[in-house]
Design a protein around this ligand. Sequence first.
Ligand SMILES: [Mn+2]
Length: 303
Amino acid sequence: MMHHDPSAAHFHRLRIIGAASGVGAQDRHCEHGPIAFRRSQAWHELEHHPAIDWGETLFAPDRPGLAPVERIADLCRRLADEVADACRAHEFPLVLGGDHSVAIGTWSGVARSVGSPLGLLWIDAHMDSHTPETSHSGAIHGMPLACLLGRGDKRLLGFGLPGQQVLPAHTAVLGARSYEAEEAEFLDRLGVRVIGADEIAQRGFAPALGEALAIVAQAPAGFGVTLDLDALDPAYAPGVGSPEPDGLGLRDTLRALRRVAELPGLRAVEIVEYNPDRDRHGRTAHLITALIEAVLPVVRTRD
Ligand SMILES: [Mn+2]
């Protein structure tokens, strides 16, 4: 008998799932993120850890004639399956992107496995809440949150549950500082709480995070965290797809993930937009290692 009580979640291992796609971005170099991280010195610090397993690394199909949206749909469908499989095996999914369009697959997979829409904390410099009608660039990594809220290209919807994969009342965007008015209006209309960089600067990071966690962690079926590395200041994360100045601090971000890992309803974590071509001295790769270590207490091994 499966229980969906978030407090009953128990994970005996952390499963890293690579989502090696840059198809959703104009600059496609994020597709090299998972493979480059796996080859990095930073990963070697963790690769023999008994509680961590690197599962599949998935790629977007490259058949001629496939439109970007079809390639992303194919990847996200398989990613949702892989994430749901990890959940079924009581392994904690940690998805490593890849551009942020892969979030459509990650959170659809978790929502399917718990049988109900989730809470979601979206930590990002951007809102990623365009629809095909409002997008200026057409890039799908600017649309995944809207898709998870049930709005977007039909080919990108319904991979987990019919309709919404996440509950607007239990979704929060944290750290946004570069966005278009249409995105802010869309989220506002749905009642999604956005705590932007300006508000964080005024109130301080800890109270802002506390409010965001109170919103997402009360979702009845549990919640997830997706971290776009561009939420951090480029000084700490230079290796991202779309760097934006004046981002979150390193300690604040690590503290946030440690705090999240203590909450019983946490179902999965996603780290995206790692672009190894822009990294400097492995700084961003080492940051990813530190972020994985911050999440690791979700695994409670029975001695
Ligand atoms: Mn993003």
